[in-house]
Design a protein around this ligand. Structure first.
Ligand code: ADP
Ligand code: MG
Length: 257
């Protein structure tokens, strides 16, 4: 049994079949990329797994337990994490305070005032920050951080409930190529160190082909290919549907670069 088993998953919006019966699985220790053109159904898939959207058909099992029909918070407690952008209200808090808040939330403790977080879980928060290379900046307000560093803190926050599976929908959006690579390298390290699984979407094909253990490709809600990066790269259906007819991967790369 895989950690995550998605079977025949479907979702329509009106007459639009956004996700059309997709089946895939994900094991612990894997970094799985979900790629596909805009509108392919990637975010819809993510939102069904995390419980934000209810599937019309199929099954989503985590450790054999059906997730469809469960509330997002329940799914989160069961070990499905996701990255969130640090809200504006929290930007004035320090880096370590933001992680402490997340740790409190993971414990379901009530917190009425931000300052209460200051006394709790500082060591645990610092340890998480250490894992993302942000310990030295722990006492700086998030508002003054470089963009790539904010993303690292967001990753530490997502680690707070020790997810078995982490969902990252376009984690590197808006990042420069160097920062993008660094974030994915860091994510891959966390997958290895923490024995976690990650499902992510990413526009940079360089990043995906370099770091994903496996890839699945969606087009118009259908899963059209699955395999290791090298297999996907040479897959005729992917070349045709995803990269556009007549375009080779190398041409596409040149176009994107
Ligand atoms: P991707 O993330 O791959 O770009 P999405 O999952 O966001 O694709 O969208 C898949 C399809 O579903 C698109 O046709 C999109 O317009 C449609 N869609 C997504 N979310 C909604 C929604 N909340 N209401 C109506 N249509 C939606
Ligand atoms: Mg999307």
């Amino acid at each position: 049994m895989s950690l995550l088993e998605v079977t025949g998953l479907g979702k329509s919006f009106g007459g639009n079949r956004a996700v059309d019966g997709i089946t895939f699985s994900l094991d612990t220790g894997e970094l799985l990329a979900l790629i596909g053109p805009n509108g392919a159904g990637k975010s819809t898939t993510f939102n069904m797994v995390n419980g934000q959207l209810r599937a019309d058909s199929g099954s989503i099992k985590l450790d054999g337990v059906e997730l469809i029909g469960r509330k997002p918070r329940d799914i989160w407690h069961r070990g499905v994490g996701r990255t969130f952008q640090i809200a504006e209200t929290f930007a004035s808090l320090t880096v370590v305070e933001n992680v402490q808040m997340a740790l409190l939330s993971a414990d379901s403790k009530l917190y009425s005032f931000f300052r209460r977080a200051a006394d709790h879980k500082r060591d645990e928060a610092l340890s998480l920050l250490d894992q993302v290379g942000m310990k030295v900046q722990a006492d700086r307000p998030c508002s003054v951080l470089a963009y790539g560093d904010v993303k690292r803190v967001e990753l530490a926050i997502a680690m707070a409930n020790s997810p078995k599976l982490l969902l990252m929908d376009e984690p590197t959006a808006g990042m420069a190529p160097k920062e993008r690579n660094e974030l994915i390298v860091l994510t891959k390290q966390l997958v290895i160190d923490r024995g976690m699984a990650v499902l992510f979407t990413e526009h940079s094909m360089d990043v995906v082909f370099a770091y994903a253990d496996r890839m699945i490709v969606l087009a118009r809600g259908r899963l059209i290919a699955e395999g290791k990066p090298m297999e996907i790269r040479d897959h005729p259906k992917v070349q045709e549907v995803y990269f556009g007819s007549g375009k080779t991967f190398e041409k596409l790369k040149a176009q994107v670069a």
